[in-house]
Every structure is written in C-alpha cells, then in structure tokens.
Design a protein. Structure first.
Length: 398
C-alpha cells in the first residue's frame, strides 16, 4: 500500500513539475495581483463568511500550497504561514511571490515535503489544503494527516473537486486517455476536443493552456470525495461544518437560532444529493440560471404575496372581509399545487443525460472525428462552466 502511495505521489509530482498548474498572477505583475486579491476578498467575505480579519495573528499551515498564490492573501490578512509542497520548483515561485507581495516574508516558512511525509509537533489555528488531497492515492489518509496539525477550536479550509461537479471533467479525461498515449498526444487531443473549455478557463484563471490541460486531463490521479464522504470525515474527526461554497445545506429551513436542533450527521447520505445534481450539468453562471428557475414561481409568488399582505398590518381596529381572505387562500392553494421548483433543473438534466449517452455511444465506436463534431454541436455537455469543479468547505474542530 505504501509503495502504491509513493508511486502515485511521484507520478503526480512529475506531471505538475512539467507544467506547473497554479500560476495565476506571479509572472504578470501587480495589476493581476490586485485583481486576484479583490476577487478573493469578495469570496472569503461574502461567499464563505470567513472574513480576512479571521486570519489576523493566526498560525496557518497550507498543504499543497504550490506557488503560494492563494496563501499570500492569508499572509497579508495577518496570518503567520507555513507552506508545504513536494514540488520544489513551485516553492521557488512561492518564495518570490512572498518576497514581492507579502508585508513581512520573515514571518513565513517554506517546506518541501509531501503531505504524508511532513512532520512537526506544532499545532495550527488554521489548516488549509486547496486542490491537493484528491490527487493522492489515499484521500482519507491525507485528510487525517492534515487535520492532525489542527488545534481545538481551530479551522480547516478545504478546496476540493467533487465527483458530481467533476463528472464532465472525468468524461474529458476518459476521452483523452482513450485517444492519447503520451503527453504530446494528450495536449493535441485536449485542444481538438475541448478548445472552448480551455479558452474559457484561460480567460478567468490567467493560466496557460498547457497548465490547464496538465491540471485537468494529464494529472494521473483525481479521486474526488463526495459531500457524503467529506461530512463523514468531519464527523469522525469532531469537526463541525462552518460554511461551504457553493452552499450544501438548504437555506429554506431554519431552527430557532436560540435552540438549533439541525444536525448534519443524521443526514450525511442525502444532504448533498440536490446540490450535486445541480453541479453535475451546471453550464451557465447563476445570473442566467436563477431567473430561469424563479420564472416558474411568478403566479405562485403573486398569490402568496396577496394572501399574506392582506392581513399583514393587523391592528385592533383593522377590518377585513373573510370572504376576500378565503378567496385569496383558495387562489394560493391552486397555484401551490402547480409549483415545481425543480422543473427547469430536471428538464436541463434530462437533456444533459441524452448528450452523455450519445457521447458514450460514439466513444465505444472509436470514431474520433464524430466525437469532435458532436462536441461542437451539442448544447450542454462540456459547455460553459462544465460542472462545478471546485467546492470550498470550512470546518471548526470541537
């Protein structure tokens, strides 16, 4: 088992050393750095509810820190950072990034080590791992290793791929491995089949095309944990979910905040099924999909508003007509029976699955040109966002 662990580790390292996948701004200048900083400020403040001031004065260790282009922000928000990565070339870039952009480089440490080989008696306030443990041959063991360095009441920050959100990416990997036998052929196949996807990623991540191809298709290990698996890890390690993005818990239910009873450990198996179904075929940004979903609620929303508004400002001398209220309730009941909040999602999902089955049929037929033509003409599969490929989880150790 240990030999396989090391073998996969070496293969992943070799791939990432060939085309380092995490260079976003370090070779571009301060303008790109400031834009990256602005985006992360928004993400941590507004999406993950973990504002930069949470890092002030904290000890932080980042496993799989790579070129340090995400860790640098934790440092500038006040954390004393230890960067761990087994790619010495990436750490060289990380030191340059910290030298150029950090406020005090002497507060931070850089360690060339794999997750499994790292040793220290120190415990940290915050343990971070972004896009790393799913590239190991034992993601569960890797998780246990990194949280062994977490203090009680400390926070763990994980960024991981998801098997549903990454389903389309794995179909891409299937095609690359089927029609290519070496790195040169893999690049060629990826460019021929996934040019649109690579271009979109290049625009937003600022990485080179080869960096994207090696990170998504060439890397030999991609074992993503599901929401169910991750919540089980948290429970066994006495870690409570603090936040996630995209959000995995339903926002439409609410216990009394004074006496909250909602307990994730009782519903591990089902809590992730709906968000993961949405991530599976996610193509467009939310500003496109959300209005489509809400359009089906127009009449329902109007009748609900009319019913509740009619008795909203109830005072001692308020007079109402019971017949009018009863009519409003009846109209509301009628629209309630028609509500299908998931209709838009389900329709898109069925269309997506039709395209998946068509792709599999063509793949079994070994006709590369037909696959190429199909992927240009289809509407959902490997289009736009191509699924939700990165999910953030923040947990607090009890």
């Amino acid at each position: 088992m240990q030999k396989i662990l090391k073998k996969i580790e070496r293969k992943v390292l070799t791939t990432f050393k060939k085309e380092n996948p995490s260079t976003h701004f370090s070779n571009k200048g301060k303008r790109e750095f400031k834009l990256w900083q602005k985006n992360l400020d928004f993400a941590w403040n507004n999406l993950m509810h973990f504002p930069p001031k949470m890092f002030e004065g904290c000890s932080l260790i980042d496993f799989g820190a790579g070129t340090g282009e995400n860790t640098i922000h934790f440092a500038n928000w006040g954390a004393n950072c230890t960067l761990v990565d087994n790619n010495k070339d990436a750490l060289k870039i990380a030191k340059k990034v910290f030298k150029k952009y950090s406020k005090n480089i002497n507060k931070h440490k850089f360690n060339c080590s794999s997750i499994f080989n790292y040793k220290s008696k120190k415990k940290y306030d915050i343990v971070v791992s972004q896009g790393a443990i799913h590239h190991t041959n034992d993601k569960n063991k890797a998780f246990k290793k990194i949280i062994s360095f977490l203090k009680p009441n400390g926070y763990i920050i994980l960024s991981l791929s998801n098997p549903s959100g990454g389903f389309q990416n794995n179909l891409q990997r299937l095609l690359v491995y089927k029609f290519a036998k070496n790195w040169h052929e893999m690049i060629k196949v990826a460019e021929q089949l996934f040019r649109e996807d690579i271009s979109r990623s290049q625009k937003y991540s600022k990485r080179t095309r080869k960096e994207i191809i090696f990170d998504r298709y060439v890397v030999p290990k991609q074992d993503d944990p599901s929401i169910r698996e991750l919540l089980q890890w948290f429970h066994k390690s006495k870690i409570k979910l603090y936040s996630s993005y995209p959000q995995i818990t339903p926002s439409i239910f609410a216990d009394s905040w004074l006496n909250s009873k909602f307990d994730l450990k009782k519903i591990f198996k089902n809590i992730g099924s709906l968000p993961e179904a949405i991530w599976l075929s996610h193509k467009n940004d939310d500003n496109y999909d959300v209005p489509k979903i809400l359009n089906s609620l127009n009449k329902f929303s109007n009748t609900q508003h009319s019913m509740t508004k009619y008795i909203n400002n109830m005072e001692p001398n308020t007079k109402i007509k019971f017949s009018k209220l009863e009519k409003k309730i009846k109209l509301y009941e009628k629209e309630l029976t028609k509500v299908d909040y998931l209709s838009y999602i389900k329709q898109k999902q069925f269309k997506f699955l039709i395209e998946v089955k068509k792709l599999l049929k063509l793949t079994k037929g070994n006709d590369f040109n037909k696959i190429k033509v199909f992927l240009k003409k289809n509407k959902i599969l490997i289009k736009g966002l191509n699924g939700i490929r990165s999910v953030y989880f923040i947990g607090r150790k009890l």
